[in-house]
Design a protein around this ligand. Structure first.
Ligand SMILES: NC(=O)c1ccc[n+]([C@@H]2O[C@H](COP(=O)([O-])OP(=O)(O)OC[C@H]3O[C@@H](n4cnc5c(N)ncnc54)[C@H](OP(=O)(O)O)[C@@H]3O)[C@@H](O)[C@H]2O)c1
Length: 278
């Protein structure tokens, strides 16, 4: 795969997995369009991308474009695709990576939180894909890579809203497999497990997960494999596929064990009941 001259949009490029993906694409000579809300952090990613492009022999300074904005705003996804085309005149790869956590008892989740999670984690990705699609088809060799979660296959306790948004992203990707057949655009989804990023510090309630967190570079490698090997779906790390197999074989046991992992405290249910009676 020759990434030189290819143009890639990476959302959520200001930190964590998105930053790593952007830098790895730039290191292979791709031109990158970086999106997220935090402009200062995006500029840091841009500097690293420029340096890596330079080291790869690409012309300095002209292959990195920063587009700060809020993906919860529906118009931003359209504006982002337009900005990439204005700047570089073509578009080959869209990595829908931006996302927010929602780790909270369902009794306490508000309708506004539900809407925001869906806007950022699903609707922005779907809108950006639609906005980019004509250019991806024109490229003749386009890619849509969606960064989902293990929660998009196996909802953990307290993550109903987050999991639902990632299930939507998974379903969207599976639909693209069929609807993009023959168009020259390849769609892939990555079921991401625990990765060591800031997202763990932005949960509403502490997580009970105490296991290993893996480096963001594992997800970035999976993105490159989806592109280079035309993979449709990858688990990162692969061992989570075993848990999914277990759930398919023994759904009742899986449900019971998952709920026991982090049971809803009686006080939370009692408080919800009191609110309901009021
Ligand atoms: N880390 C994990 O364990 C894990 C596991 C499964 C799936 N994932 C998925 O991996 C993806 C990347 O997450 P991460 O772990 O790298 O976390 P992260 O470091 O918190 O990165 C999240 C990125 O999304 C961007 N973002 C969030 N809200 C946004 C908005 N409204 N508009 C534009 N950009 C927005 C953030 O940028 P700004 O704050 O600058 O806007 C940031 O660049 C997410 O989709 C997440 O669901 C992560």
């Amino acid at each position: 795969m020759d990434y030189r001259d290819r143009v890639a949009i990476v959302t959520g490029a200001s930190s964590g997995i998105g930053r790593c993906i952007a830098v790895d694409l730039a290191a292979r000579g791709a031109r990158v369009v970086l999106a997220a809300r935090r402009a200062v952090e995006l500029e840091e990613t841009a500097r690293e991308c420029s340096a890596r492009r330079g080291a790869a022999g690409a012309a300095a300074g002209d292959g990195v474009h920063v587009v700060p904005g809020d993906l919860a705003e529906p118009a931003f996804a359209d504006a982002l695709a337009a900005a990439a085309l204005d700047r570089f005149g073509r578009l080959d790869i869209v990595v829908n990576n931006a996302g927010i956590a929602k780790h909270k008892q369902i009794h306490l989740v508000t309708a506004d939180e539900l809407e925001r999670v869906f806007r950022v984690n699903f609707l922005a990705a779907a809108r950006l894909t639609l906005a980019a699609l004509p250019a991806l088809v024109a490229s003749g060799d386009g890619f849509v890579i969606n960064v989902s979660s293990v929660a998009g296959k196996l909802p953990p306790p307290r993550e109903t809203i987050y999991a639902a948004s990632k299930f939507a992203l998974e379903g969207f990707t599976e639909g693209l497999w069929l609807d993009l057949a023959g168009s020259g655009v390849h769609a892939a989804v990555i079921h991401v497990g625990p990765i060591d990023t800031d997202i763990w510090r932005s949960t509403d309630e502490p997580s009970r997960y105490r296991g290993r967190r893996f480096p963001p570079s594992m997800v970035s490698r999976a993105v490159l494999r989806c592109i280079e090997e035309r993979r449709h779906a990858l688990w990162v790390p692969r061992r989570f596929a075993l848990a999914y197999g277990f759930r398919l074989l023994l759904p009742g046991v899986y449900r019971w064990a998952s709920a026991r992992f982090d049971p809803v405290p009686r006080a939370v249910i009692e408080a919800a009941r009191t609110r309901g009676r009021r």
